[in-house]
Design a protein around this ligand. Sequence first.
Ligand code: ADP
Ligand code: ZN
Length: 749
Amino acid sequence: MMFTLYRMEKSGASSTDNREGAAKRVRVLLPLPLAGPYDYRVPPELPVIPGDFVQVPLGKQVRIGVVWDPIDTSGYPAANAVDDSRLRDIEARLGTPPMTEAMRRFVDWVAAYSMSAPGAVLRMAVSIPEALTPGRPRIVYRLAEMIPDYRETSARTRVIDVLRDGPARGVNDLAREAAVGAGVVRALAGIGVLDAVEVFDDVPLPQPDPTLPGPELSDAQAEAAADFVDRVEASSFSVALLDGVTGSGKTEVYFEAIAKALSAGRQVLVLLPEIALTAQFLERFEVRFGVRPEEWHSDVPRARRRRVWRSVADGRARVVVGARSALFLPFRELCLITVDEEHDLSYKQEDGVIYHARDMAVVRARLEGVPVVLVSATPSLETVNNVKQGRYTRLHLTARHGGAELPAISVVDLRRDSPERQSWIAPRLREALTDTLKAHEQSLLFLNRRGYAPLTLCRACGHRLECPNCTSWLVEHRFQGRLNCHHCGYFTQMPTSCPECGAEDRMTACGPGVERLAEEVGALWPEARVELMTSDTIWSPSAAADIVRRVQAHEIDILIGTQLVAKGHHFPNLTLVGVVDADLGLGGGDLRAAERTYQLLHQVAGRAGREARPGHVLLQTHHPEHPVMAALVSGERDAFMRAEAEQRKLGNWPPFGRLAAIIVSGSDESDVDSVARLLSRNAPQTQDFKVLGPAPAPLALLRGRHRRRLLVRTTRSVRIQDRLQTWLASVRSPNAVRVQVDIDPYSFL
Ligand code: ADP
Ligand code: ZN
């Protein structure tokens, strides 16, 4: 066993490794939203190299930063342009493994692309600052060099034998291996037979075993897997799209690539869009490789994340599965990234540094010189276009594993076959649910709306209950007994009288949310076991895992859920999917509304009939002739995507043109308006750079801030960031007004 020692070298102490000859003045990037790195003096006794984590003074504080690269590599001038005599000294160098060059270039790249401060991006890469410093040391015991005379017992002899054959061990491990009590070990240390040593290592991690047998792959699966294995072996940048119908075994296929990476002794990053999906992934991984991979997302306790960060940095953690932020982990020997459900919207980070994790995964793979595999049953138009352009290679799985049929999809035309008043399940869907229950099979009712009702109004005066901070209706959550704003977290009690006209008991719920649907289901099939799966009921991967387990054990007959149920889950006995409002995502004028709706509904539909029993799907819609519904019914995905692409191309919308959104926000509406107008007046309007707006953002008021939006559309050849930079710099705005840039916007809030 090797101990990694995380020591800290202080200035003034002597240094042992060969960092001599380094520059006397270096730039240090701090994880703060500053304009650029700061210059510091390097004390002769504390040489540093780019990537080293160092402690430096900043004002009256001490900060941890990373020694950055000279300007010709990183491109940044120093933010503190002082002459040598006024430079401050680097105070200490941390023993943390230096940040790799690929990682530093990645930070630079994301900062430049997203137009964020490089320090703000660095902060994502050191999101757990305590991971940079050693934790409390662990005490391990080894045999003393000079063993004094002592009284021998068989227990003591066993301890000594264990240590003679192996490395130093902690008291518990030692006691267990020698089959003695901990007191025996301590006593031996007390009389000087054992030496207690402090080590700053983290414990070794159990390693996934790539030699365990995987399932026997079908020909098509084997072909795709072989391609991925070749890519991993080639160990150079490439992008592959694994395009396979739901249930075709995409996970099994990319597991083969992971196995290859593991046998090469290197590291793998698996991105998943939704933490609710990780539980199932962890289990499948364990079945395949014997141990669980490391997990990284906001739900993992901080102390645990600290350990994961460190074990990724020193190479002990081999496979990490995580949400988009895992992209900023300090891998040393990365050799593969996979992005599952690559089309998923939750890969877009909307606050702070705004970035798209799928796109940045491709960037990181390029900078690391490793392959990236994008996985989806409904690839995004961006990715489809990259395949068409020959930039990405597509591998295709056209059939479900084990001969399972794809579900039959049909529409329920709500204009003819409509539900009764104040109910949402049309007669045809009702019959199908009854039949499914009779057949002892399971159903899924999908409605992408949390809460009880999306709108509450007064029947006396028509007043609608609205959030005081946002342009949005308050959503009734009956289980919680309150009204919530889904944008800012505001909530309030349901009033008994109208706040506008004072009428008593006239407040009425309008439209359905999943809770209301559950009420209807309960009334129609009182004997059925019904469960809700939404982000209100599932707040942790283990809660998600529990519901998944109960569905799989057939403890639930009808599952009702929002988009959370659409994703990835494998429910063998689920044969009916009813989409309560298939039109829900189509309104709103979003550029990607049709694509998104198609992807979401296709994914929900894919939950049906995944094993022996065939599945069917009913889509309740007012627009059966809409191209999205038509494509879902006919299964002609590619034709639908081609038509989408044609439309986007005509308007020069992404992925054919570039788009950026500029959101101007502030608490004073007239300030916001004047900045937005000024921006518009100064806009560099040219053929290839079109500025649209300003217009009130669809959420014109969000969390108490007024918002105006400008959209910039350019051709692909334009370096949009450069132009934006010049333009935005030409407009001065008061401090209270914020101008935020979103490159490649996805959300049109
Ligand atoms: P997808 O991700 O494409 O929807 P999965 O990888 O979840 O598909 O596979 C669907 C189910 O089929 C899983 O239970 C998986 O274990 C199983 N499966 C897929 N391929 C094989 C195979 N070659 N042998 C055995 N089981 C398989
Ligand atoms: Zn609100």
